[in-house]
Design a protein. Structure first.
Length: 128
C-alpha cells in the first residue's frame, strides 16, 4: 500500500482506485469510518460464507453500525455494535446468531481489535 499525504488529505492508491482519507468528511473518509467499515466488511464476508456452507437461504442482508467513542480528546472507539438485519422466510434466530458468533471469531479485523475495543454483533430477522 502506498499513501500520499497532503495538507488536508491522505490518498491511498489501490487496484480499484484512490481512497481519500481526511478528518474533514467533505474531503474523504474519516479514519474511524474506515475502522468500522473494516469490521463490518470482514464480519459480513465471513458470515456470508458460513451461511452459504450451512445452506441457509436468505433474501437480503444489511448491517447497521453504532459507534461509541470516548469523551476525552483522543475520542477512542470504545464499542462498535453491528446489527445484521437478515431478511428471509423461516429463519432460525438461534442458528443465525450462533453462526454470527463463529464468523466474529474468524474475522481477522474483529480479532485484531478485541479486547482493546468491544465489538458486539447482533442478528435481527426480518420476515419476508
Amino acid at each position: 500500500m502506498k499513501f500520499n499525504v497532503t495538507e488536508d488529505l491522505m490518498t491511498g492508491e489501490y487496484e480499484f482506485g484512490p481512497l481519500n482519507i481526511s478528518g474533514d468528511e467533505t474531503q474523504g473518509y474519516r479514519p474511524f469510518q474506515l475502522m468500522v467499515a473494516s469490521l463490518a466488511g470482514c464480519s459480513a464476508l465471513v458470515y456470508k460464507r458460513i451461511l452459504e456452507k450451512q445452506k441457509v437461504a436468505y433474501e437480503d442482508m444489511t448491517i447497521e453500525a453504532e459507534v461509541e467513542r470516548s469523551d476525552d480528546s483522543v475520542r477512542k472507539i470504545e464499542k462498535v455494535t453491528l446489527t445484521f438485519k437478515v431478511t428471509g422466510k423461516d429463519l432460525n434466530q438461534e442458528k443465525l446468531q450462533k453462526s454470527l458468533h463463529t464468523a466474529s471469531n474468524n474475522c481477522s479485523m474483529v480479532q485484531s481489535v478485541v479486547p482493546s475495543m468491544e465489538v458486539e454483533e447482533i442478528v435481527e430477522i426480518i420476515e419476508a
